[in-house]
Design a protein around this ligand. Structure first.
Ligand SMILES: *Cc1c(COP(=O)(O)O)cnc(C)c1O
Length: 356
């Protein structure tokens, strides 16, 4: 095993911790962060854990102008036995490198990144909340830092990991969300950056999101960028439908983000002998199933919410109510199985969790 040189400078000024109900999502950050620099010709260097602090960047740093940046999102949990579990972190660093490749950012050593993450979580161990449904949300990201206003890949980068204790996503139990099917804007096209986890995809999704929330819908369902016909994703989650006993999710076609929760759900479904298909699905098919009474469930998946049941779709002037606006049986089972594996109450037969 390689040993990595990661230095640690501990804070002398620990922050006040919040109570569980003050947590929310992504507003509070732990005492430390991980930083590593990249310089062309030298590679990645100076891996270090330091007190959480603002960055100092030149206003001409390339990330501010042309959006050369990638990110990840994963969680750490404490079990009832007071052990710390990370959920499939290797997949996040693998995907980070896939995003790096698309954005012309130099790849990182995935093992070093995992080692850095483990050390950082151990340093800020006391920040992991232990109330049911809570976790430590971890945000690794890379930014182009070279001060230069030319359009080309930056010659300097920073890889940073910050962490935020987060409350239960579902304070009053899991309530199905209402989704507006977007007719005008698109999130991504095949050949674009939809498959990469990069800030620009989110910037371009805000407008549709804003219009949806004005109409009283909490998220946007994105259709494909070419024909505006095939289902892609919902908000920042992958989407699943249960139609006539079969679970269907759009196949990874190049414009859809390859969710780790999506992959985990597919594996859980297969292990429970529930039929699951990854294929192209037109929204008309969902509409027809709803009319025929065979649209049984719909849900989104992603690290933050784990699973988000969908109770209603609005498509043009039609409203489609799913399962009387209630959470479905398969959705509930998937939620319990995945959260159980993540917090250590269900045996991890898949080998997904890493114990620190
Ligand atoms: C991160 C993300 C997801 C969910 O991926 P997970 O690995 O399950 O968290 C889905 N869609 C988009 C656009 C995303 O950025």
């Amino acid at each position: 095993m390689t040993t990595y040189q990661i230095t640690t400078e501990l804070t002398t000024n620990k922050k006040q911790k919040m109570t569980v109900d003050q947590l929310g999502f992504g507003q509070i950050f732990t005492d430390h962060m991980f930083v590593m620099d990249y310089t062309a010709g030298q590679g990645w260097h100076d891996a270090r854990i330091i007190p959480y602090q603002p960055l100092s960047l030149d206003p001409s740093a390339m990330v501010f102008h042309y959006g050369q940046t990638v990110f990840e999102g994963l969680k750490a949990f404490v079990t009832a036995e007071n052990e710390v579990l990370l959920f499939r972190p290797d997949r996040n660093f693998k995907r980070l490198n896939a995003s790096n490749d698309r954005l012309c950012i130099p790849t990182i050593d995935e093992e070093l990144a995992l080692e850095a993450l483990k050390q950082l979580v151990i340093v800020d161990r006391e920040w992991i909340p232990n109330a049911p449904g809570t976790s430590l949300y971890i945000r690794p990201f890379i930014i182009a830092t070279e001060p230069y206003l030319g359009v080309s890949p930056s010659k300097k980068y920073q890889f940073i990991i910050i962490m935020s204790p987060v409350g239960s996503y579902y304070k009053e139990g899991i309530n199905p969300v209402k989704i507006l099917v977007e007719q005008h804007y698109v999130r991504a096209v095949v050949g674009g950056t939809g498959e990469a986890k990069t800030g620009g995809n989110y910037a371009s999704s805000l407008k549709g999101q804003e219009l949806a929330s004005k109409e009283g819908y909490s998220q946007t369902l994105w259709l494909d960028g070419k024909e505006n016909r095939y289902v892609e994703e919902v908000g920042s989650m992958n989407i699943f439908f249960k139609i006539n006993g079969k679970v269907i999710t759009p196949a990874l076609n190049g414009s859809i983000l390859s969710g780790i929760t999506r992959d985990s759900m597919i594996q859980v479904l297969k292990s429970k002998n529930i039929p699951v298909e990854e294929r192209q699905i037109a929204f008309e098919e969902v509409l027809e199933a709803a009319k025929a009474g065979t649209l049984e469930e719909a849900f989104g998946t992603g690290t933050a919410a784990v699973i988000s049941p969908i109770g209603e779709f609005k498509w043009q002037d039609e409203k489609i109510i799913v399962n009387n606006g209630e959470i479905g049986e398969v959705t509930q089972t998937l939620y319990e199985t995945l959260t159980g594996i993540q917090n250590g109450t269900i045996e991890d037969a898949f080998g997904w969790t890493i114990k620190l």
